[in-house]
Write a protein that binds this ligand. Structure first.
Ligand SMILES: *[C@@H]1O[C@H](CO)[C@@H](O)[C@H](O)[C@H]1NC(C)=O
Ligand SMILES: *[C@@H]1O[C@H](CO)[C@@H](O)[C@H](O)[C@H]1NC(C)=O
Ligand SMILES: *[C@@H]1O[C@H](CO)[C@@H](O)[C@H](O)[C@H]1NC(C)=O
Length: 438
C-alpha cells in the first residue's frame, strides 16, 4: 500500500480514540480501493457509459487523475441557475486544465447581480450533493473543501481580463502560464475578476455535459422535485380517467406530461426583440398564442394530456397563460397545480432547480432555443437518450422528445430539437441558436 498517504490518515480528526478510528478509516479505504481496482468496471456505472469511452484523455485509472494537493479558487458564481451551472462547469474545466482540485465555490441564491450585498451566497453543497459530484466526476474533475488546504501561504492571484481585447487566445495563454512551475508550485491559484460564466470557453460540449451529469440535487431539494412531479402525475391521471381518481385508488404513475418553458414575460420580450434586430433572425420571440398553437400541433400526443407551464413568477399573477389552450391540453402552472407552497419556501435558485428537474424529466419538453434554461434541459435530455442507446432523437417517437416552439417544424408544430453533442464549444447553448440539429 505504498500509495497510501500517511499524512492523510493523520489529518483525519479522530477525537479521543485515534487508533480505533484510524483502523476503521483504513478498512474503509481498502474497501474503496478494492472496488476501484475491481476487474469489473461495469459495477461502477460511471465508467460504463459508452459516451465516455470515447474520451481518451482520461486514462483507465481515473481516480488518481487529478492532483489533490493543488487547488483553484474562483469568485462567487452569480446570475440565473443556468448561467451558474455553466460557470461552475467552466470553473471545473479550468481547474482540470491546470490539474487542480476546484475549491467548492459559492453559488448565489438570488437573482440580483448588480448589488453585491444582495447576492446571497449559498454553498454549493446546499444545492448539489458534494460527495455524489466527486464520485460521479471522479478522475475528470474534482471539488475540494477549504478545510483541505494544508498550507496557510497566500494564494497566487490571477487576474482574468475582460472586454474586447481579452481574446480567447490571450485567455488560453494565461491559463498555460499558470501551468508553468513558477505559478504551479503554489498550493492555491486564485482567480479574480468577473463571473466565470463570462470567461472564454475552451472546451467541447461533451465535457460540459459530463459535468452537468455529476450535478445531483441534495436529497431535500430532490424530494421537493419528486413531490411536484407526483402531483403532476396524479392530476394528469385523474384527468385521463374522466377527472376521477380510479376506483381502486391507484394512480396511473405513467401518466405522461408535457413541460413547456414559456418565455413571454416582459423583460424577455424586450430582450428577445433586441436580439432579433441585432442578429437579424426573426425566430427568437414567440407570443403566447404562437406557443399554444405550435404545442397543439405536436404529432402523436394522446389527449387529454397534462401541460406543465414553467413560467416566471410574474406570470403566476396573470391567469391568461392558462386560457386559450386547445381542448385536450390541460395547462397548469405552480399555483393552479397547488405546489406553490412547496416552491415559495425556497429562494430563487432552488425554485429554478426544481423547475429544471420537472422539465428535464417530462415526457415531452417544449422550450425556446434562445433560452439557456431550455438549452440545458435539452442537453440533459439528449444525454439521457444517448445513455439509453438512442442515437437519433429526431424521429416520430415522442419518448423524451424535445421541441423548440420558436422555430416552425412539421405540420406547423414546433421543431424537433436535440443538442449537437459534438460541438466544439458551448457557444450555441449559452447564447442560443436556431440551428437545432433536427
Ligand atoms: C495530473 O497530475 C498527475 C500527477 O502529476 C498526473 O498523474 C495526471 O495524469 C495529471 N492529470 C491531468 C488530467 O493532467
Ligand atoms: C508552506 O509553504 C511554504 C512555502 O511554500 C513552506 O516554506 C512551508 O514550509 C509550508 N508549510 C507547511 C506547514 O507545509
Ligand atoms: C386500477 O384501475 C385502473 C383504471 O381503471 C386500471 O388501469 C388498473 O389496472 C387497476 N389496478 C388494479 C390493481 O386493479
Amino acid at each position: 500500500m505504498e500509495f497510501m498517504d500517511c499524512k492523510f490518515l493523520k489529518s483525519i480528526n479522530c477525537g479521543t480514540k485515534p487508533i480505533v478510528c484510524r483502523f476503521f478509516v483504513l478498512v474503509i479505504l481498502i474497501l474503496v480501493l478494492r472496488t476501484l481496482l475491481s476487474p469489473f468496471p461495469g459495477l461502477n456505472w460511471f465508467y460504463d457509459r459508452s459516451l465516455y469511452r470515447a474520451s481518451a484523455s482520461t486514462g483507465p485509472n481515473l481516480q488518481f487523475g487529478l492532483r489533490k494537493d493543488k487547488f483553484l479558487e474562483v469568485p462567487q458564481i452569480i446570475w440565473g441557475l443556468n448561467n451558474q451551472k455553466i460557470a461552475l462547469a467552466r470553473a471545473c474545466l479550468t481547474a482540470r486544465f491546470l490539474n487542480r482540485t476546484l475549491l467548492m465555490p459559492s453559488l448565489s441564491a438570488s437573482l440580483f447581480y448588480k448589488e453585491i450585498d444582495l447576492l446571497q451566497p449559498i454553498s454549493f453543497d446546499k444545492v448539489f450533493n458534494f460527495e455524489k459530484f466527486n464520485s460521479l466526476c471522479s478522475g475528470f474533475v474534482q471539488l475540494g473543501r477549504f478545510s483541505d488546504l494544508s498550507n496557510q501561504t497566500e494564494p497566487f492571484e490571477v487576474q482574468k481580463g475582460s472586454g474586447r481585447k481579452w481574446t480567447k487566445e490571450r485567455d488560453l495563454n494565461q491559463l498555460n502560464q499558470c501551468k508553468e512551475d513558477e505559478i504551479d508550485k503554489f498550493e492555491v491559484v486564485k482567480i479574480v475578476g468577473k463571473n466565470p460564466f463570462l470567461w472564454h470557453d475552451h472546451w467541447p460540449v461533451k465535457d460540459y455535459a459530463k459535468i452537468f451529469e455529476c450535478l445531483v440535487l441534495v436529497d431535500e431539494i430532490e424530494n421537493e422535485a419528486i413531490k411536484v412531479i407526483s402531483k403532476i402525475k396524479e392530476v394528469g391521471a385523474a384527468a385521463r380517467n374522466d377527472k376521477k381518481i380510479p376506483q381502486n385508488g391507484s394512480v396511473d404513475a405513467t401518466a405522461p406530461y408535457i413541460a413547456v418553458h414559456m418565455r413571454i414575460e416582459k423583460d424577455w420580450m424586450i430582450h428577445c426583440k433586441k436580439l432579433e434586430q441585432r442578429s437579424n433572425i426573426n425566430q427568437i420571440c414567440s407570443s403566447k398564442e404562437e406557443i399554444m398553437e405550435r404545442v397543439s400541433r405536436i404529432n402523436g400526443l394522446q389527449y387529454p394530456v397534462f401541460v406543465y407551464l414553467a413560467v416566471a413568477d410574474s406570470l403566476l399573477e396573470d391567469d391568461s397563460v392558462l386560457s386559450g389552450w386547445k381542448n385536450g391540453l390541460l395547462p397548469y402552472e405552480k399555483k393552479r397545480l397547488g405546489v406553490w407552497e412547496i416552491y415559495k419556501r425556497y429562494p430563487y435558485l432552488i425554485q429554478s432547480a426544481i423547475d429544471y428537474e420537472v422539465c428535464a424529466r417530462a415526457d415531452v419538453f417544449v422550450g425556446n432555443s434562445f433560452s439557456t434554461f431550455s438549452s440545458l434541459v435539452v442537453l440533459s435530455r439528449t444525454q439521457k437518450l444517448l445513455n439509453l442507446g438512442i442515437r437519433s432523437s429526431c424521429g416520430e417517437d415522442l419518448k423524451l422528445a424535445s421541441f423548440a416552439y420558436n422555430i416552425e417544424g412539421e405540420l406547423g408544430g414546433p421543431k424537433r430539437w436535440r443538442t449537437d453533442m459534438s460541438a466544439s464549444s458551448l457557444q450555441s447553448i449559452s447564447y442560443g441558436t436556431n440551428n437545432i440539429s433536427c
